[in-house]
Design a protein around this ligand. Structure first.
Ligand code: SF4
Length: 480
């Protein structure tokens, strides 16, 4: 379910929204449930099964540690990377978990956490078993002192940090329908967005804002969007201070600080001829931060987290007149960009998927590129038809993009791919603005095509690290 811009842009930790943020949320939810139901004091044992893609690339994506921390009550939106390090070394040293500890266990009452023994073998990886609902499945079970099963629940991480509990699919659908009912402009297709625009004269950004205002006050919406941009900026800035290699054993060197130093020397006055180098840098920096488990904005996923910050950087630095914008004008441009990108993101979430494990990288990087193109076309003054066209062009030329991360790490090809997709988004927006908005393939057509292409794609190319670059390139993983 994604009807709010804040569903699509949420703050979390890297390296993956579906394999890190989602599993942490699911484990946290399960632990909170144990506490709320009063079962917690009887728990003495724990077992976790990870299925399909979560098991295949979970180690490289940090799924195992995310699950442990979630079970302790850690929340991906608030946890600091340094707290993660501390908690993991404590669990490792003591060989036990503090189940449902801390305020992260939503709905908890004041109860002490329960200490349960934990060994690595308590997390069982089942890469060849794909549960019917979704490939990113995880099952949590707890036992009592006699080893009897007390509670068992299965969750699915369905992309972008969204989770669904098995058996609760109907509730999610109900929630979706009841939320749609309160929105002034309920939409799930591009055709509906265009129709509302033509009936009201409102842009996509304004339509999305009206919907957001039905859920929270306008000032909260605007402040929230600026906060999202601040976190994106902080994420990029943090990466610029870090050197060395990224974690995971692939020995991928962090390039952002060196590129930043060279680019600043080359282009001290932000000459527009260097726009591409700058957006490459922003995308690279954000994705390096994500790959190292840092704080990022899921946009709409972590693997694709660098594209929207890079294109929004372009909008705020290179849009005509941007250098002279007042603070209020800058905030409006940021809101308009993110609201438009969010409206397009809703279309992908509702009609197709933003999960690499479901439809390949076209669903992650492709969707982000399309959302960014729409946001930029909006800020550059595009009509609703041109904005829709920009989103369509960007996805059309990402169709078929596979997910084949080397070593199951969100590093190669992911980091550079974000930079390439950001440039593609800028180009798509520019191409759309050169036209009058009329075009052959509608955005809805291309979204459905992406979904069907994803269905036809071999599982080898859906975040399993069993095909493509992941098997063609021989690189040793150095255990660290
Ligand atoms: S290849 Fe694309 S979908 Fe796969 S992990 Fe990398 S960014 Fe995500």
């Amino acid at each position: 379910m994604a009807l709010s811009v804040f569903d699509l842009f949420s703050v979390g930790i890297g390296p993956s929204s579906s394999h890190t943020v989602g599993p942490m949320r699911a484990a946290n939810r399960f632990a909170a449930q144990l506490r709320a139901s009063g079962v917690l004091p009887r728990v003495r044992g724990l077992r976790v099964d990870l299925f399909g893609s979560l098991a295949a690339t979970g180690r490289g994506h940090g799924t195992l540690t995310a699950v442990l921390l979630g079970l302790e009550g850690v929340d991906p939106e608030t946890v600091l990377p340094e707290e993660i390090e501390r908690a993991l070394s404590r669990i490792d040293g003591e060989g036990q978990l503090q189940l449902a500890d801390g305020a992260g266990a939503v709905g908890s009452e004041a109860q002490s956490p329960i200490t349960v023994p934990f060994r690595e073998a308590d997390i069982v990886l089942r890469p060849l078993t794909v549960l019917p609902t979704h490939t990113n499945g995880m099952r949590f079970g707890v036992t009592d002192a006699e080893g009897e099963l007390l509670v068992e629940e299965t969750y699915f991480s369905v992309g972008g940090g969204f989770i669904v509990r098995e058996g609760a699919e109907a509730q999610v659908q109900d929630r979706l329908e009841s939320t749609l009912a309160v929105l002034p402009f309920p939409f799930t297709t591009g055709a509906e967005l265009l129709r509302y625009s033509s009936e009201t004269g409102l842009s996509f950004a304004e339509l999305m804002l009206e919907n957001e205002k039905a859920l929270r006050p306008e000032v909260e919406v605007r402040d929230g969007l600026c906060h999202i941009w601040d976190v994106m900026e902080a994420c990029k800035n943090s990466a610029l201070t870090r050197t060395g290699v990224l974690p995971g054993g692939l020995n991928v060197r962090r390039r952002a600080p060196e590129w930043h130093r060279r680019l600043t020397a080359q282009d001290p006055y932000r000459d527009p001829q260097y726009w591409q180098e700058w957006i490459n840098l922003v995308a690279l920096a954000v994705n390096e931060e994500n790959a190292s488990g840092g704080r990022v904005v899921t946009a709409p996923t972590n693997g694709a987290a660098g594209i929207i910050p890079a294109v929004l950087f372009y909008a705020t630095h290179y849009a005509p007149g941007a250098v002279a914008w007042s603070e209020a004008e800058r905030r409006t441009a940021i809101s308009d960009f993110l609201l438009t990108a969010g409206a397009v993101g809703v279309l992908y979430k509702e009609q197709a998927s933003i999960s690499g494990a479901e439809v390949g990288c076209q669903g992650e990087v492709g969707s982000a590129s399309s959302m960014a193109a729409a946001g930029l076309a909006q800020v550059l003054g595009g009509t609703p038809e041109q904005v829709e066209n920009a989103a369509e062009i960007a996805m059309e030329h990402n169709l078929g993009l596979t997910c084949d991360p080397i070593g199951g790490l969100v590093q190669i090809p992911c980091i550079e791919r974000n930079a390439i997709a950001a440039s593609k988004a800028v180009n798509a927006a520019k191409m759309a603005l050169m036209g009058d908005g009329s075009h052959h393939v509608s955005l809805d057509d291309v979204i459905v095509t992406m979904r069907e292409t994803g269905r036809d794609m071999s599982e080898k190319y859906k975040e399993t690290a069993m095909g493509g670059l992941a098997v063609s390139v021989s690189v040793g993983i150095v255990e660290c």
